[in-house]
Design a protein around this ligand. Sequence first.
Ligand code: FAD
Length: 546
Amino acid sequence: MAVSREMKAPNGAAAALDYDAIIIGAGMSGMYQLLRLRDQGMRVRVFEAGTGVGGTWYWNRYPGARFDSESYSYGYSFSRELLEEWDWSEHFAGQPETLRYLNLVADKFDLRRDIQFESRVTAAIYDEETRSWSVTLQDASCFRARFLITAIGPLSTPTMPRIADVDQFKGQSFHTARWPHEPVDFAGKRVAVIGTGATGVQTIQTIAGSVGHLTVFQRTPNWCAPLHNGKIDAETQKKIRDGYPEMFKRCLETFACFIHSPDPRGTFEVSDEEREAFFEKLYAERGFGIWQGNFRDILIDRKANAVISDFVARKIRQRVKDPKVADKLIPKNHGFGTRRLPLETFYYEVYNRDNVELVDITETPIERITPKGIKTSDREYEFDIIIYATGFDAITGSFDRIDLRGAGGARLKDKWKRGPQTFLGVLVDGFPNMMMLMGPHTALGNIPRSIEYNVDWVTGLIRYARDNDLTRVEATASGVTAWTDHVKALGVGLLSNEVNSWMTGINSNVEGKQTRIVARYSGSAPAYRARCDEVAAKGYDELALG
Ligand SMILES: Cc1cc2nc3c(=O)[nH]c(=O)nc-3n(C[C@H](O)[C@H](O)[C@H](O)COP(=O)(O)OP(=O)(O)OC[C@H]3O[C@@H](n4cnc5c(N)ncnc54)[C@H](O)[C@@H]3O)c2cc1C
């Protein structure tokens, strides 16, 4: 179809649009979406808050930031040429390498010319008259496009802890997701880390050896398992390259797009010896196998979960010399794998070092930050550096920070007050021509595999609209209710849905996020894709098209 700068308005008038589509965010989702829409001959603009591409891998420069997905299973799969060109140096690459990779992608496909950096979108408002979105940036400039695609990331809005006087500290302080671009000197410094989620674990294990003294402030211990990272030698590299088609095929077949998939056996269908040997094998293997490749029932059956939790607790006790410290590191309020599993490299051994101290803030809560450090109910600790590893306002957080208004001025934030409502995690009724990538209710898992699928699906829908001269694409209210109910039903019986975590929408540092919601699609990725494929195959007849 010919590219037209003039798009038809419903009343027959032609409305001048700046772009055919605006994408918010230049992480892996936004970059790939730009490429695919450009293939359609569309005029596309990406607005990105940061100064470079990469999203997660642009912002998270904290020491030790790296993949938990195997590097080769994480990279883009869409270009054989790119796969041939790029060698991952480690099974789980560090952030600098991933950022280099994403910059290579931007260069290779000449993406930067359509990306406007340092451009935070503050508002996006739908105009029914012209069937287009008006997008406002932080500097008040405004652009209009037929389609709006959010690629704003499930984990991209950092949250600071709600502790009094954070601004009073006179030393250096950093949030891990807003880490400076220059190296931070830890030598001889007294350092505090607040938070022991996946990011805290990576930071702590990386800096423990180079700081003068490290104090870890822990509220909730997380179950962690060994990463077993390693360099990729030339021979392995060749095997990886030759095996790409098969590996990506496998990723599309597994529950969560990882190379690991659950063992079909139940925990109690094997003997005690067999079970123990299987757990030992998984604990000694690379990556998420112990989480994603364990017995099929560990995340749904309380007794099965207790058995694997007990196994990992024993490992922690073996690895941490002081039994009191070990006990503090063993989670008591949730079972193994029911929160996002941090993978670690000698994390537990860190607590055997003389220069590392663990403070349990459920026993001695932090009262406030002082000019010199941190005051708990017990004493004041003095620091040179405070690191906030306090995570993100996950999944819906980046949507909440944009004034998003659909038809008739309805605010997305109001519509989602009691939890997100979506069709396929991509569309929302009342928000025509808006598509979401990696928003709520989509299959996430090993995320790039889901990104590529969602981008291709959104591209297919937009192509269909353009081929058929449609200027308005919207989910129906009944479609949204049905999908939202389906997503909620999928969560029933999952132990993870009974636990407070970012995956259930809880963030004690964000006002209004103290009630659990179902923000995550917890069915299988193949089932998700089958449903989306079905909608496309039937000519999108479940949508309101006009
Ligand atoms: C430390 C860390 C490690 C991770 N490791 C893994 C892993 O091993 N495996 C895995 O599958 N996933 C992992 N993830 C999840 C990761 O977020 C995804 O894999 C993937 O990078 C998401 O890409 P995205 O483009 O959807 O979002 P992001 O990479 O988050 O990009 C979103 C972009 O949108 C921009 N943006 C947001 N709001 C606005 C706005 N209003 N205006 C303008 N720009 C805006 C942001 O600046 C950001 O650049 C990890 C996440 C973190 C934080």
